[in-house]
Design a protein around this ligand. Structure first.
Ligand code: 2PG
Ligand code: MG
Length: 441
């Protein structure tokens, strides 16, 4: 009998980093190996993502997950016990069939993902290999280029700013470790400037980014650009900027609302505003610039890919294959954020990543704003050769858990480690179209 056969499954109600209940799951294999996972949860969620099951009763203000936990223990576990944990696609298929809904909301995508990840981790442990290695087709680990949160706004920071994140992308770094040191310096330089201007860098948001103390959205871009310089690094050459607008959060159905500035812009006006920012600051990547179903607006967003800039769909694609395919056909973006809990299973998330890579899209594996002490996401980014990863800032343990795992993988591999660096960005990929707002797609 194979030692990687699932012998037992146990789920419990745990907490995520925002202090909300989430699903924890432990899988025990016949040979004695175990796998454990606690799943993340977003705040700026898209309406097309896989559906978390919440209790919506008196406990935890309705955020409890006791029904999802019960479904895992009573429905999913008996079906998976006896299966080979190495066959994660088989396990995921059984769970999808048991749920029977596209969004996995009957049993809960939170319970399904917890078991999907725990089985994958257990399978790797059962084989006695690091998780990234059992996911990888290559021989050497490919460390991703990190996007590191420096300033937070939107739903992650009490809406201190309208845009959600300004991130540092260490485009000139030669290794993952160096990229993290540069991102750390960019954050430290920005924090010093914020404090000098009367802000308070001790106040951090959900993902550990600096929160509050800035008058306008553009001030956040200026702060981080100057923070990079203050740290002795060259903006754009050594460390560039990325922006996650998380535009669902500012779209009222008609216009994009910059409430902190008392302005509202239609989609084309908002795109021109963003294009202006890109002229004034070294922005190499823009995410969710428009709302998830503003497909007509997204066609015009090609203006932002001008010069090969990376244009990322997060809530737009929601790690769903059908939405990614539509985006590729309509040529609305050139990169995709891959969030396992938007997909619902590891298999679905990997399918999206592979389809994107096949279409020449850049791929960024991403944590959620409510995350956990787990580090499996780091192994996925390496094993899938995603090229990029986004897990928040350089503070807060649920963030550093992932950075620490990547540092460990790189240090362990020594000279065998490869670093994706700026080649991972869409703008370094040849042959990608660039358009202007006045050009018909
Ligand atoms: C995002 C994520 C992570 P959330 O929008 O990219 O930063 O946020 O998990 O709240 O959706
Ligand atoms: Mg996003």
């Amino acid at each position: 009998m194979r030692g990687t056969r699932v012998a037992g499954v146990f789920a419990w109600e745990a907490f995520d980093s925002r202090g909300r209940p989430t699903v924890g799951c432990r899988v025990r294999l016949a040979g004695g190996a175990q796998g454990r996972a606690i799943v993340p949860s977003g705040a700026s969620t898209g309406s097309h993502e896989a559906v978390e099951l919440r209790d919506r009763d008196d406990r935890f203000g309705g955020f409890g997950v006791s029904n999802a936990v019960r479904n895992l223990n009573d429905v999913l576990a008996p079906a998976v016990v006896g299966m080979d944990a190495v066959d994660r696609a088989g396990v995921d298929a059984v769970m999808e069939e048991l749920d029977g809904t596209a969004g996995l909301g009957r049993l809960g995508a939170n319970s399904v993902l917890a078991l999907s990840v725990a089985v994958t981790v257990a399978g790797a442990n059962g084989l006695g290999r690091p998780l990234w290695q059992v996911l990888d087709s290559g021989e050497e680990p490919l460390l991703p280029l990190p996007m590191v949160n420096v300033v937070s706004g939107g739903a992650h920071a009490g809406r201190a700013l309208d845009i959600q994140d300004v991130l540092a992308v260490p485009v000139g770094a030669g290794s993952f470790a160096q990229s993290m040191e540069w991102a750390w310096r960019a954050r430290a330089g920005s924090a010093e400037l914020l404090d000098a201007a009367g802000g308070n860098s001790a106040l951090v948001a959900d993902e550990g980014g600096l929160a509050g103390g800035l008058a306008t959205n553009e001030a956040a871009l200026a702060l981080v650009t100057e923070g990079i310089s203050r740290a002795g690094l060259v903006p754009g050459e050594q460390v560039a900027l990325a922006i996650d607008v998380a535009a669902n959060q500012i779209f009222d159905g008609t216009t994009y609302q910059l409430r902190s500035e008392g302005r509202a812009l239609p989609s084309d006006g908002w795109l021109l505003e963003l294009a202006g920012w890109c002229e004034r600051y070294p922005v190499v990547s823009l995410e969710d610039v428009l709302a998830e179903d503003d497909w007509a607006g997204w066609r015009d967003a090609g203006i932002l890919m001008d010069g090969g800039r990376q244009l990322v769909g997060d809530d737009l694609f929601a790690t769903q294959l059908d939405r990614l395919r539509r985006g590729i056909a309509d040529d609305v973006a050139n990169a995709v954020l891959v969030k396992p809990n938007q997909a619902g299973t590891i298999t679905r998330a990997e399918d999206v990543l592979r389809a994107a890579q096949g279409a020449g899209y850049a791929t960024i594996v991403s944590a959620r704003s409510g995350d956990t002490e787990d580090s499996w996401l780091a192994d996925l980014a390496v094993g899938w050769r995603a090229g990029q990863i986004k897990v928040g800032s350089t503070t807060r343990s649920e963030r550093t858990a992932k950075w620490n795992r990547l540092l460990e993988i790189e240090a362990t591999a020594g000279s065998r480690a490869q670093f994706a660096g700026s080649d991972a960005l869409t703008n370094r990929r040849p042959g990608l179209p660039t358009r202007r707002l006045d050009q018909t797609p």
